[in-house]
Each structure stands twice: as structure tokens, then as C-alpha cells.
Design a protein around this ligand. Structure first.
Ligand SMILES: CC(C)(COP(=O)(O)OP(=O)(O)OC[C@H]1O[C@@H](n2cnc3c(N)ncnc32)[C@H](O)[C@@H]1OP(=O)(O)O)[C@@H](O)C(=O)NCCC(=O)NCCSC(=O)Cc1ccccc1
Length: 141
């Protein structure tokens, strides 16, 4: 991915500080540098931050578009997150992979690791592509 492609994809990404750092057909990787704004009262990263990262990585894994100027859009139907270990401030990395599905609905799973490689959370979900976003060519932005 080039630098332009790493720009925040949407206002919510910008708000949380998420960046898409890898994206190809069936796989997406989202990173966030957690600081004190992402922590809960116990001083660990709020589970909603990890869930947001997983929602983005898993959904984007099924929305990769290989045509410049085109985009594929989708929505989350369900997402289940399991929190494995507490996360501190620092680099967090969520990876999502498409595991199956059809032209509209797809199933994905993935996980969040910290910079040491510790597994923090896992998730699986169901997602739906918008009409016109079924093929990798997508639609004009
Ligand atoms: C849509 C459906 C799953 C029903 O499906 P069907 O039986 O097929 O029903 P139907 O034939 O009536 O067509 C439905 C029409 O409804 C529209 N539309 C509805 N919702 C949205 C929407 N959110 N965004 C855009 N459009 C939406 C849409 O135009 C569609 O028409 P289309 O054919 O595409 O042009 C229903 O249960 C529902 O609305 N669930 C709520 C889903 C939801 O809000 N999820 C949470 C937010 S997702 C998120 O933030 C995570 C994320 C991060 C990064 C990247 C990507 C995602």
C-alpha cells in the first residue's frame, strides 16, 4: 500500500486513530497507536477500541477494490468479540480474513495483537456488501 492508501478511510477511523496498513483480496490489517485517550478507568485499552478495530479489519477484508477511483461498500450484520488479554498503550494491530460467503454476504474472522505479538482479542462476524459492490471492481467513488 502507498501512503495515500494509508489515510483514514472515514471519520470514525480518524477519530480513533486507525490506519489501514495492509489490504488485499480477502485480507485487511488495521493499526492504531493506543494512548491514554483509548484507556478505560483501569488503565487498559477499552474493549470498544479493540472491537472497532476488528469490525474494520474483518469488514474491509471483504471489500478490497482493485480499480483506482472505485470503491466497495458494505455493512456489518453481526460481530462477536472475545477479549483474551488486557492491552496497554502502544501499537495494536488487527487482522481480518474472509473465510467464506457469497456475492453479498460474507463471513470473516480475525484477531488483534500488540507490538510484542501477544494475542489480545479474537472476533468473527457476518457482513453484507452493498448492491454494486459484489465484484472486486466496485463502483465509481
Ligand atoms: C440491511 C439488512 C442486513 C437487511 O438486508 P436485506 O435483507 O438485503 O435488505 P434490503 O433488500 O432492504 O436492503 C437493505 C438496504 O439497506 C441499506 N442499508 C442498511 N444498513 C446500511 C448501512 N449500515 N450502511 C449503508 N446502507 C445500509 C442499503 O442501502 C441496502 O441496500 P443495497 O441493496 O445495499 O443498496 C438489515 O438487517 C440492516 O439494515 N441491518 C443494519 C446494518 C447496519 O447498520 N450495520 C452497522 C453499520 S456497518 C459499520 O459501521 C461497520 C463497517 C465498517 C467499515 C466498513 C464497512 C462496515
Amino acid at each position: 500500500m502507498n501512503e495515500a492508501e494509508q489515510a483514514p478511510l472515514m471519520g470514525y477511523h480518524e477519530l480513533l486513530g486507525m490506519r489501514v496498513v495492509e489490504w488485499s483480496g480477502g485480507v485487511a490489517v488495521v493499526e492504531l497507536v493506543a494512548d491514554k485517550r483509548h484507556l478505560n478507568r483501569s488503565g487498559i485499552v477499552h474493549g470498544g477500541v479493540l472491537t472497532s478495530m476488528l469490525d474494520s479489519a474483518l469488514s474491509l477484508a471483504g471489500l478490497y477494490c482493485d480499480v483506482p477511483g472505485h470503491v466497495r461498500r458494505g455493512m456489518t450484520l453481526s460481530l462477536t468479540t472475545t477479549f483474551i488479554a488486557p492491552a496497554g498503550a502502544g501499537v495494536l494491530r488487527a487482522t481480518g480474513r474472509v473465510r467464506g460467503g457469497g456475492s453479498k454476504v460474507y463471513l470473516a474472522n480475525g484477531e488483534v495483537h500488540d507490538a510484542t505479538g501477544e494475542l489480545l482479542a479474537i472476533a468473527e462476524g457476518a457482513f453484507r456488501r452493498r448492491s454494486g459492490s459484489e465484484s472486486p471492481q466496485g463502483l465509481p467513488e
